[in-house]
Design a protein around this ligand. Structure first.
Ligand code: MN
Length: 382
């Protein structure tokens, strides 16, 4: 079983322009519960009183899932995360520190030895509060693999239960990321005692591909967000990962507890509460994801949906009437006949060719064709 770690409420909430209230967070968490995610990262409690409250409230109300709070590898952060998580059924503290040369030298101004010491102290403190502790090496993708293995081995000994290999800058490619996860797996002492997690960003559009590369290389926890919301270009999109594993079980023979029929509902809720629209052609949940306008495609779909559809829209939660064949300039006779029959608009067979010609004429000028248009078209002069 692969764990789905959703960080919509933390990494997603961190996106520019997104501010979720405590109530919003609880509402989303409840939906994530229905969706079947295993871990909800509810926020970064030390960051602000609102963040603290958000994690606190989600911890109190979410059931049947692990609730996680983020903390830098500092005592204050970890104690604050623990305070916020106290009432969680299954609390997890997630602590992190930068392990790349760039992060250590410029951001943290610390030597590699000091980084290991801070990481170990942080994990030890977290472990004294909760049994489930995740440690992330921030900027893993630009870190030295041997140093990474050293850090991970040290935190595993200190009690970490999950170690995360991350690409927080969205720079790595799938081949490189798979190789990195494999190296970590081979070189880290004690790795068999913990789960490997992967956390990828989408700056080059590779977050989902990299996450799957990590899965293939041995990761057992995937970090993602609904609609791919997150810092900058966002994170790996949960709905894409879920449907890839669902549709291509032959390539990724793994199980998750995701209830795919809740995906669309979750996407819409997150879009509404974050104020972040979903692009029309977004995979799985975009408005056009199952819309067909091209005549050739419409004809094929009407004969057999498998001709141009690799997934069943209902599996994602699409209602029948939303998987529309869009009437437009590209539509053919088959789709028009089907539409007329479905909508109960009668056009005599002898008039059909003339009707179709008029249809093609108005689609040149109109963006959207409505039922009223289709009825009006029965009269030659409309
Ligand atoms: Mn992130």
């Amino acid at each position: 079983m692969i764990d789905i770690f959703d960080t919509t409420l933390r990494d997603g909430e961190q996106s520019a322009g997104v501010h979720l209230t405590v109530e919003d967070k609880v509402q989303i968490a409840k939906q994530l519960e229905k969706l079947g995610v295993n871990i909800i990262e509810a926020g970064f409690p030390y960051a602000s009183p609102t963040d603290f409250q958000g994690v606190h409230q989600v911890a109190k109300e979410a059931r049947g899932v692990t609730v996680c709070g983020l903390a830098r590898a500092r005592e204050k952060d970890i104690l604050s995360a623990w305070e916020a998580l106290r009432s969680a059924e299954n609390p997890r503290i997630h602590t992190f520190i930068g392990t790349s040369e760039i992060h250590m030298r410029y951001k943290l101004k610390a030597t590699p030895e000091q980084i290991i010491e801070r990481a170990v102290n942080a994990v030890r403190l977290a472990k004294s509060k909760v049994s489930d502790v995740e440690f992330s090496a921030e900027d893993s993708s630009r870190s030295d693999p041997d140093f990474l293995a050293q850090v991970y081995a040290a935190v595993i000994q200190a009690g970490a239960t999950v170690i995360t290999v991350s690409d927080v800058v969205g720079y790595i490619t799938p081949e490189e990321f798979a190789a990195l996860v494999r190296k970590v797996k081979e070189r880290t002492a004690g790795i068999e005692k913990v789960k490997i997690s992967v956390h990828c960003h989408d700056d080059l559009g590779l977050a989902v591909a990299n996450t799957l590369a990590g899965l293939t290389a041995g990761a057992e926890q995937l970090e993602c967000t609904v609609n791919g919301v997150g810092d900058r270009a966002g994170n790996a999109a949960l709905e894409e990962l879920a449907m890839i594993m669902h549709t291509r079980r032959d390539v990724y023979p793994v199980e998750t507890s995701i209830v795919t029929t809740e995906l669309l509902k979750t996407s819409r809720l997150v879009s509404r509460l974050t104020g972040m629209p979903v692009q029309y052609h977004k995979a799985i949940v975009g408005r056009n994801a199952f819309a067909h306008e091209a005549g050739v495609h419409q004809d094929g779909i009407l004969k057999e949906p498998l001709t141009y559809q690799i997934m069943t829209p209902a599996d994602i939660g699409w209602e029948e009437e939303e998987q529309h064949l869009v009437l437009g300039r590209h539509s053919g006779r088959h789709a028009i006949r089907d539409y007329l029959a479905q909508e109960g608009v009668t056009v005599a067979e002898a008039d059909f060719e003339a009707y179709f010609t008029r249809f093609k004429q108005i689609t040149g000028a109109k963006q959207e064709i409505t039922k009223e248009d289709m009825i009006a078209l029965r009269q030659p002069e409309g």
